[in-house]
Design a protein around this ligand. Structure first.
Ligand SMILES: C[S@@+](CC[C@H](N)C(=O)[O-])C[C@H]1O[C@@H](n2cnc3c(N)ncnc32)[C@H](O)[C@@H]1O
Length: 324
């Protein structure tokens, strides 16, 4: 719009100087000066026009980067180190991603559903190896047309890994964060025809029965008083003998080991020295971190058997268990 107006005005100015040049025969030095003036004015308008176009373009760019900012803003460091854990589960459950408001107490709204992928790679030792182990352990017991439940599916990384490795499997992914589910949709991309996403906690998952389940980097966000219930709800949806993979933060909870492990976790994540203390505080107070022995006992209490540690990456541990 502005550039259209400036074009019209520039043409009028050019026409005026052209007609002035025709109707009056000026001495050569005046004519030279007039031509110079005409060229100068035309150039000035062209530059002004370009300036307007550039500023419009940069406004548009600013707007689009503002719109996509939530995908770049946060990192997993913030997720793991500074955000509160989830409390009570959502009461109303939805199976539609777009028509429901995310629960207000999820720490993964807005900017946090963002460039978390790079944060996960930085924070979780051997992240890619963990995915490969998950994939092969599930495949040992899951049929080629297996149906898999993914709890804490936001972000979509394990959905993408598993769907890519096992073209016959179908997936139900559950997560309380609408932002993280949107990110999962984008991450899983071409695999989405085999994936259904459900916004909510474990109760939002279909009844199954499923051939396998995963819960990666999520259980430490679930308060202690919901952990057993959540695991039991996963177990209830699995066929007998179905494998279940979990991996999350777990280390000794007695001092001085606990503080040492918290310090190691924060150090491995490459936390800015200025934020180390607040990061340690957040880990100590906002996540639900259990001793490895308690994790295993809880899996058994929830109805899983043959619980085996398959992954230990500093502060993170992973177990495979089977629906008993
Ligand atoms: C660090 S992200 C991990 C996502 C994904 N599993 C991965 O490994 O990339 C943790 C996810 O757990 C979800 N979450 C938090 N509390 C949950 C709960 N009670 N039940 C299911 N998912 C939960 C969050 O919304 C978030 O998407």
């Amino acid at each position: 719009m502005s550039s259209h107006v400036s074009n019209a005005f520039a043409s009028e100015v050019r026409a005026f100087f052209r007609s002035a040049g025709r109707s009056w025969t000026a001495p050569p030095e005046i004519s030279f000066l007039l031509r110079a003036l005409l060229i100068g004015v035309s150039l000035a308008y062209e530059m002004a026009e370009r300036g307007i176009q550039t500023s419009e373009r940069s406004r548009a760019q600013q707007f689009s980067s503002f719109e996509t900012a939530p995908l770049r803003g946060g990192v997993c460091q913030e997720i793991f180190e500074t955000e509160p854990p989830l409390s009570a589960p959502k009461t109303s459950i939805s199976n539609s991603m777009s028509s429901h408001t995310p629960p207000s107490n999820t720490p993964f709204g807005g900017a946090h559903a963002s460039s978390y992928t790079e944060g996960l790679h930085r924070q979780v030792p051997g992240f890619d190896g963990l995915h490969r182990m998950m994939s092969l352990l599930l495949a040992e017991r899951t049929p080629p047309n297996g149906r898999v439940l993914v709890l804490g599916a936001g972000g979509g990384l394990e959905l993408r890994t598993l769907a890519g490795d096992h073209p016959g499997w179908t997936f139900d992914g559950v997560d309380p964060s609408a932002d993280m589910l949107r990110l999962a949709e984008r991450t899983a991309g071409p695999h989405m025809p085999r994936i259904r996403l459900h916004e909510g906690y474990i109760e939002a998952a279909p009844e199954g029965p499923f051939d396998a389940a995963t819960c990666l980097l999520t259980l430490h966000f679930i308060p202690r008083d919901r952990r057993l219930h959540t695991l039991a709800q996963v177990r209830r949806r699995l066929k007998a003998g179905a494998p279940f993979i979990v991996a999350h933060i777990s280390f000794p909870q007695t001092e001085p080991e606990r503080s040492l492990w918290i310090a190691r976790h924060v150090a491995y994540g490459g936390t800015d020295p200025a934020n180390v203390e607040s990061a340690r505080q957040a880990i100590a107070t906002k996540l639900t971190i259990l001793e490895p022995e308690e994790e295993e006992a809880m899996l058994r209490d929830a109805g899983f058997s043959d619980v085996k540690l398959f992954y230990a990456g500093l502060s993170f541990k992973g177990w495979v268990a089977y629906a008993g």
